[in-house]
Design a protein around this ligand. Sequence first.
Ligand code: ZN
Ligand code: FE
Length: 258
Amino acid sequence: MPNDPLRVSPIPAFTDNYIWLLETAGQSCAVVDPGAAEPVIEALEARDLRLEFILVTHHHADHIGGISALLARYPAQVFGPGDPRINLCDQVVSEGDRVELPTLGLSFRVIEVPGHTRSHIAYYGHGALFCGDTLFSAGCGRLFEGTPEQMQASLDKLRELPADTRIYCAHEYTQSNCAFASAVEPENSQLKELVEWVDRTRREGAITLPSTLGRELAVNPFMRTREPSVVTAARRLEPDTHPGASTLAVIRAWKDRF
Ligand code: ZN
Ligand code: FE
């Protein structure tokens, strides 16, 4: 089974969550952030798959709410960050750890990305990043527990990954994020192209994910907090704004009321 390519498909949940389903060749599979159990069980039964691994990025209910019902049905191993609010996690992982999914022939590296929550982690491997609510297409998560400095440092870690890394975030927020990104950088031509594609894709009811890191570096204002155009936009609101975390703080607060 090793060397079989990773296949990732979305299981939609709630209004705009995606639970990512990971498969290779056999019947074994993994899911990331199962906020609900029913859609996962339905998808697994339809494909005759057996859930063996659950990967958790952070403690919010829309990411962990389905775990107990899934465990009642499948004896899966649960990987997640060390946080008492994730009580069904039996494999606590932290920065640099490897998450091995032997029956799938997959292995992921853990990256700590605090900001949205203090214990948020991401999983990287096989050209894919599962980043929960940290990095969205054209946006980033709200700062519920972390500081702008932490989110900036977390996004800086992600920008070190290869540009063709596929970005699997946990929500379909791309269209509204694009509207905000366009307010920040109205002259960004790659963003304009993305807006057209996203509008068309959503009209057809299709998914806008995964993104790629390269695309995010080109269009996502939260990945561009040192770009003069983004810093200038932030300075229109707060004249004493500097490139980096200071700019991230201003545009994140702007997005919160956008
Ligand atoms: Zn969240
Ligand atoms: Fe969420």
